[in-house]
Ligand binder design. Structure first.
Ligand SMILES: NC(=O)c1ccc[n+]([C@@H]2O[C@H](COP(=O)([O-])OP(=O)(O)OC[C@H]3O[C@@H](n4cnc5c(N)ncnc54)[C@H](OP(=O)(O)O)[C@@H]3O)[C@@H](O)[C@H]2O)c1
Length: 302
């Protein structure tokens, strides 16, 4: 039976949220989760897995009235938000959740930041980090201690969503200076650090973690070593060229998710979103997986 304070997780059915719940359970925590009603088959199976590990499941939405959300938070001490979405979720929803958590008597709030160093960015650099900073100014007066976890870019995003690697053509394409260091962490290591922070009563402020710090040139070498494949390293243009490409794309669409991957790349390759210091040493029990080992385990074989 767990003796650590209870942790409430919103977004527990998501990519990162599932890993955070799992890490919390591995570290002996009591966990309560918020799950949206009307689950589809995928979410139902995620839920069944959570319940089988002793997780308390409550139904709700971060947009619910504060009374209902406070009831969902219950007796949790720390609220971890791992939600994803537009400003309705990231700003309005998280502010609503933080206020409801305070109403329920929770002490700490870990927002859904999990990014590059958004504290060093300016509005307009990246729409998703803009929303997170806007939310932070609004939940600052909720009466909770806020602890932000930053992890750079997920390895999974660097080898997938970002669109850098084309395994079929055998290329790895990038913008900007190939020698600019980048902060990178796997989803499961980000989850392990987040769980450690959630269970660390002394954790405060913004904590920054990276599983590997590699330049694009070193990332290219790590991917080649891990996959056993030779990939041509292609330079797409300077950071200024990338900024111009983002502006071209932004002028053509109302949907910022169409070009946000390029905004993340700009923030990374300019060094603007780079961590000045890392907090990995605070949790020596966590040994993050290097990029090479991650790619060795996950890269397509042909
Ligand atoms: N640093 C990086 O490279 C990187 C990459 C990806 C993500 N992230 C960050 O990681 C965090 C989680 O992202 P993810 O990829 O795990 O997201 P995801 O897989 O899309 O999961 C989002 C979660 O939020 C829940 N959710 C969405 N709207 C909600 C609402 N109104 N009320 C309650 N729950 C709601 C979803 O529930 P349903 O299951 O009901 O949809 C789901 O559990 C975000 O902060 C994201 O920006 C960082």
């Amino acid at each position: 039976m767990s003796t650590s304070p209870k942790v409430f997780v919103a977004g527990a059915t998501g990519l990162l949220g599932r890993h955070i719940v799992s890490s919390l359970l591995d570290q002996g925590a009591a966990v309560r989760v918020l799950v949206r009603p009307g689950a589809d088959a995928n979410r139902r199976s995620a839920l069944a897995a959570l319940r089988s590990r002793g997780v308390e499941v409550t139904e709700g939405d971060v947009a619910d009235p504060a009374e209902a959300l406070a009831e969902a938070v219950g007796d949790a001490d720390t609220v971890v938000s791992v939600v994803q979405g537009g400003p309705d979720v990231i700003v309005d929803g998280q502010v609503n959740l933080a206020r409801a958590a305070a109403k329920a008597g929770a002490r700490r709030f870990i927002p859904s930041d999990f990014a590059i160093d958004l504290t060093r960015l300016d509005d307009g650099d990246n729409v998703m980090t803009d929303w997170r900073r806007r939310a932070a100014t609004e939940y600052a007066d909720a009466g909770l201690e806020v602890v932000s976890v930053l992890n750079g870019a997920f390895y999974e995003v660097m080898v997938g969503f970002m669109g850098l690697i084309d395994w079929h053509r055998g290329t790895l394409s990038h913008w900007g200076d190939p020698d600019q260091p980048l902060d990178l962490t796997s989803v499961s290591d980000t989850a392990a650090y987040t769980a450690a922070v959630a269970l660390d009563q002394q954790a405060t402020g913004t904590l920054r973690f990276a599983g590997d710090v590699l330049s694009m040139r070193q990332f290219h070498q790590a991917v080649q070593r891990g996959s056993g494949r030779t990939l041509e390293l292609r330079h797409l243009g300077t950071a200024d060229d990338l900024r111009a490409e983002i502006e071209r794309q932004a002028a053509r669409t109302q949907n910022p998710f169409d070009y946000v991957a390029l905004q993340y790349q700009w923030c990374m390759v300019t060094g603007k979103g780079k961590f000045a210091v890392l907090d990995n040493d605070r949790y020596p029990q966590i040994t993050p997986t290097p990029v090479t080992d991650f790619v060795r385990a996950t890269a397509p074989t042909s």
